[in-house]
Design a protein around this ligand. Structure first.
Ligand SMILES: Cc1cc2nc3c(=O)[nH]c(=O)nc-3n(C[C@H](O)[C@H](O)[C@H](O)COP(=O)(O)OP(=O)(O)OC[C@H]3O[C@@H](n4cnc5c(N)ncnc54)[C@H](O)[C@@H]3O)c2cc1C
Length: 379
């Protein structure tokens, strides 16, 4: 297990790197893209391969260490933080856990060398109802031919390859007819970048797969067994996404505390007004509670405990709800300044809402929590 000392070393090294991102964070949001020079530095640091095991050339971080990296990156740039979440955790998981040795060597090796992966599950027809996806994979002389449309896919414009969930069975088989594939980006893949409210620059896109041919060796595990693998991946994804939310929350809290000490009203700094103190105290408590829960969920993943789905969803639900509340209070502390485009808190306010939607909405987390409590979901 990771010691407190190791964790603080990880944190201080990422924090040092994140300083480099400060001058770019606004530009990434405004231009809805990460400049090449920033992407190159992020690749070099191995942040897009966080969970790739050392035997494949990656940093081999534990879940808890990855959480700290994502938190610290997101504190400065949510876009970079979520790119690391997807490529370094959600793309790694299904390959490392269920992929063949050939897939591991090729794709985990690629990530370790600075390649980028994307995770393509959601479709225009269906997000929460993942068992209803329509993208098809048809087996044809030693290959699978994949056609369909995916939406809101993080990293897509930057990605070298995609984890794609596709239907190999009948639509009425729902979750029992889904398989997972690794698909290289090529001419059959069309990426159209979307203009989202927050997490801008992370490349959220509409992606068309037009008769993409992948070798049959690129299936992850057996045919029609992809859904369970997706759900297992989402357990890890939800904790990583929550970690990104923690970074956004920390940034908003820091801004609010700092401003409340400097801004004066009615003859004293606003931090001396009891109603502002109330908000600062609430924010500090929310932040620490969320962090404890996210770290606990990460430790459960590291120990492979059976209640991982319960804790992943509780961490995600709490961080999302409390995060929206915290950033709203931070903006309130900053008054009109917070509502201005010149303020970082304006961006954080747009960013934090994503945590209530991405990797499963709050409503979906509640469903997982109840099913887990009833013993219907375990790893
Ligand atoms: C910035 C961003 C990045 C993303 N990145 C990725 C990515 O990289 N890869 C990927 O595959 N997806 C990604 N997503 C998609 C995300 O996971 C989905 O948006 C999410 O799962 C919700 O799906 P939906 O948008 O289709 O909403 P819907 O499923 O249509 O839900 C609409 C509303 O209905 C509610 N609802 C639906 N079904 C039920 C039910 N049974 N009971 C109660 N309420 C219900 C939902 O909670 C929600 O409030 C991203 C989304 C965003 C915003």
């Amino acid at each position: 297990m990771v010691s407190e000392v190791d964790l603080s070393l990880v944190r201080s090294s990422v924090r040092e790197f994140a300083e480099e991102l400060i001058p770019y964070a606004r530009k990434i949001d405004e231009e809805n893209m990460v400049p090449e020079e920033v992407l190159d530095r992020v690749r070099e640091m191995g942040y897009l391969a966080l969970r790739v095991p050392e035997e494949y050339g990656g940093p081999g971080l534990s879940m808890l260490e990855s959480v700290v990296v994502i938190e610290e990156l997101s504190r400065v740039s949510s876009a970079i933080g979520i790119m690391a979440t997807v490529s370094g955790s959600m793309v790694v998981y299904p390959i490392a856990r269920y992929g063949s040795e050939e897939l591991k060597e090729k794709y985990l090796g690629l990530l370790a060398k600075g390649g980028i992966g994307a995770f393509a599950l959601t479709e225009p027809c269906c997000g929460s109802d993942a068992a209803a996806i329509q993208t098809r994979a048809v087996r044809e002389s030693g290959e699978y031919v994949i056609s369909g449309e995916k939406v809101f896919i993080t990293n897509a414009p930057y990605a070298d390859f995609f984890i794609v969930a596709a239907r190999t069975g009948r639509p009425e088989d729902r979750h029992k007819g889904i398989s997972l594939f690794v698909l290289d980006k090529g001419p059959c893949v069309r990426v159209s970048k979307l203009s989202m409210m927050g997490y801008r620059g992370s490349g959220t896109s509409l992606v068309h797969f037009d008769e993409c041919r992948v070798p049959e060796e690129n299936i992850i595990g057996e045919e029609n067994t992809g859904f369970k693998k997706l759900m297992m991946t989402l357990n890890e994804g939800r904790v990583s996404t929550s970690a990104s939310g923690l970074g956004v929350m920390q940034a908003a809290f820091d801004e609010a505390l700092n401003y409340s000490r400097q801004r004066e009203s009615m003859g004293k700094p606003i931090i001396e007004h009891q109603m502002v103190q109330y908000m600062i105290a609430e924010m500090a408590t929310i932040l620490e509670t969320a962090r404890l829960l996210v770290y606990k969920a990460a430790e459960k993943i590291d120990k492979e405990e059976p209640d991982v789905p319960l804790y992943s969803s509780m961490a995600k639900l709490y961080t999302a709800k409390a995060g929206v509340d915290l950033v709203r209070m931070a903006m309130q502390v900053l008054g009109g300044t917070g509502y201005s485009k010149d303020s970082i808190v304006e961006r954080l306010y747009r960013d934090i809402k994503m945590i209530e939607i991405g990797d499963g909405t709050n409503e979906v987390q509640r469903m997982v929590i109840v099913k887990s409590l009833l013993g219907k979901i375990r790893i």
